[in-house]
Design a protein around this ligand. Sequence first.
Ligand code: PLP
Length: 424
Amino acid sequence: MKKDTQCVQVGFTPDNGDPRVLPLYQSTTYYYETPEQLAHLFDVPKDGHIYSRISNPTVSALEEKITALEGGVGAMACSSGVSAETLATLTLCTSGDNFLSCAEVYGGTFNLFNITLRKLGIECRFFAPDASEEEISNLIDDKTKFIFAETLANPAMTVVDFDKLSAVCKKFGIVFMVDNTLATPCLVRPFEYGVNIVIHSSTKYLDGHAQAVGGIIVDGGNFNYDQNPRYKDFYTPDESYHGTVYVKEGGAAAYILKARMQYMRDIGAIMSPFNAYVTNLGMETLHLRMKRHSENGLAVAKALSAHKMAEWVKYAGLSTDSNYNTAKKYFNGGFSGMVTFGVKGGKSNAVQFIKNLKLFKQVTHIADVRSCVLHPASTTHRQLSDKELIACGISDNLVRLSCGIEDTEDVVADVINALDKLKA
Ligand code: PLP
């Protein structure tokens, strides 16, 4: 199946007389006739559902769809994007370990990595997006478990150089993890560029209607954990799960099996069946929406570039953008609906611009069908120091636009009218 067909079809295939549409299995529990049958599932959890903290048929259908779209071997849906990041990290790191992350990441991710995980004894070492292979390699030691970056950084809009980071990961035998939230598999498939684990905040484009908070971890099945001394937990028996050896039990999907059986089991940040149902519904039109989001994003970026009140514009699809050549290498079919720009006149004009908008509504969100806007420095990223804001690529006058799927002329007109009203 092509990607557009996968969006619509994968995850649920009815048997004779079944509902045609994926049912919402709003059940915590699953009935089995004999203790032996249930005991078998505790040994081989892949063979069926035990309890909805571990898995659920509606949630599994969504996991199957995103696995197919990303081209992986398995996925685990979580209660939010940040819980997906937390569980993805814990599956690889314990106290005393470290990992590397590009500094230009979503503010909540930066906080999780820089503060919360550090308190748990897991150290994040940040690098600049333009750091060389050598500079990045210098941060690695034998306790380094993975390298993290966002395909398209929120809100810096920098495109990750997959080739550079993948080369470093391969050199050291380290996992490469990417947050593909803003690109989605409709535009970029990170596993094709050496990535091993993909994360999503499904709250964004995957749901696409601003109705369900969620996160997903996808396992590319393309990393060999067996006998790699960095990942001993993968090839030695897990005493907390009656001696399971994940590389043996899970094969290519060892990572996602370990994530579910250790950390979903113990922490329980699972996506609810209802949110999986809603997210699946959203994903049925993901391919169509990403095309329109991208058309609107490009049109707005071009209009901004020609406006005297826009100091600078960042959109990877603009041929003048510093990310254009990298983006062209990896993106296929558009560059998303996310545009950031600097308003001339500093923070006060950025704030006034937001007040002048009519169609774009100010919400703490991005990537849904309705156009929306935010001033990150005073909202999502306000917990960061001035130095951290610069590291994340955020200035005082930066405005983040998330172009929805409304008519292109209406979307552009709203932005231009709001800029026209500003005093130089
Ligand atoms: N990753 C990116 C790129 C995001 O933009 C966000 C949230 O905005 C997250 C992760 C966190 O996701 P969630 O809000 O679903 O926890």
